[in-house]
Design a protein around this ligand. Structure first.
Ligand code: PLP
Length: 283
């Protein structure tokens, strides 16, 4: 596998990051993950825009222009012969003697790799997945895509140990989002409900596309918070993320959602998303 590190493409085994990198010592960095279908990056402009925002919020200089990022991404896809999967990339504040203050002359560390993965024909997409709710123990700037993911690691591991595939994080009784996904329910009257954007959640790029597609598809939308109890009573539930697109959620805390099968609105939205992602020459 060929990865990208600080200006070079090289075999994974040869890609080494210095011991004193602030990503390693402090989790001082931000990242992005983008879905790839038929060798094309899905919603890349929106992901690069979010990267620019994350970098500026944590005051790490952006090492590349949007055009440079795009060309590096294209090249890593080509070099790995990637058809379907995921591109991960992160920028840390760089290498310096350990000290909390920003280093004076450190250069950001840039790392990028690809992961092949079946997104379109994933079994989870046909059967749906189970989620369990856990307290949202993250910091108060969840809108920044920080590489400090300890709370998500613990939440998702707790979900796995409870037999589920994703954790839904709960703050003051309301679901914020998934450990690595945006959380949606469908009301008994057929409206999609999703939490509005704020510092409490990551502005999901797939979420944004899904909202546009639901509007175009004439599906009602309520952008508001929902409680765990409302989710238990929902007609359908689903999640979105760059590496899964739209996935049905068929059980929450061991209780089946409605009849425990992927619902019609979820299936329609997944279909619309797949059409969008498969259409050639999208920006
Ligand atoms: N929320 C969190 C906490 C995430 O980590 C992710 C993706 O990793 C998402 C939501 C989904 O965002 P996107 O659709 O941009 O992948």
């Amino acid at each position: 596998r060929i990865v990208f590190l600080n200006g070079s493409f090289l075999p994974l085994e040869e890609a080494k990051v210095p011991f004193m990198d602030r990503g390693f010592l402090f989790g001082d960095g931000v990242y992005e993950g983008i879905g790839v279908l038929d060798g094309r990056l899905i919603d890349n402009e929106a992901h690069l825009e979010r990267l620019e925002r994350s970098l500026s919020e944590v005051r790490i200089p952006n090492p590349y222009t949007r055009a440079e990022w795009t060309s590096l991404q294209g090249e890593i896809v080509r070099r790995n012969g990637m058809q379907e999967g995921f591109i991960y990339f992160q920028v840390t504040r760089g290498v310096a003697e350990r000290d909390f203050f920003f280093p004076e002359n450190a250069k950001p560390t840039v790392a990028m790799f690809t992961q092949a993965k079946a997104i379109v024909h994933a079994p989870a997409a046909e059967k749906g997945i189970a989620v369990v709710t856990v307290p949202d123990l993250r910091w108060e700037r969840r809108d920044i895509k920080s590489i400090s993911l300890l709370a998500q690691v613990l939440a998702k591991q707790a979900a796995k140990e409870a037999g589920a595939q994703e954790a839904w994080l709960v703050d003051e009784g309301f679901v914020t989002e998934g450990g690595s996904s945006s959380a949606f329910i469908v009301t008994p009257t057929g409206s999609i409900v999703v939490r509005p954007l704020s510092h409490a959640i990551l502005p999901g790029i797939t979420r944004k596309s899904l909202l546009r597609l639901s509007k175009e598809g004439g599906i009602a939308l309520e952008e508001r918070r929902f409680t765990v109890e409302e989710a238990y009573e929902a007609a359908e539930a689903f999640l979105t993320s760059a590496s899964n697109f739209v996935l049905p959620v068929v059980s929450i805390d061991g209780r089946p959602v409605a009849d425990g099968k992927p619902g019609p609105i979820t299936r329609k939205l997944r279909e619309l998303y797949l059409q969008m992602a498969s259409a050639p020459a999208l920006a």
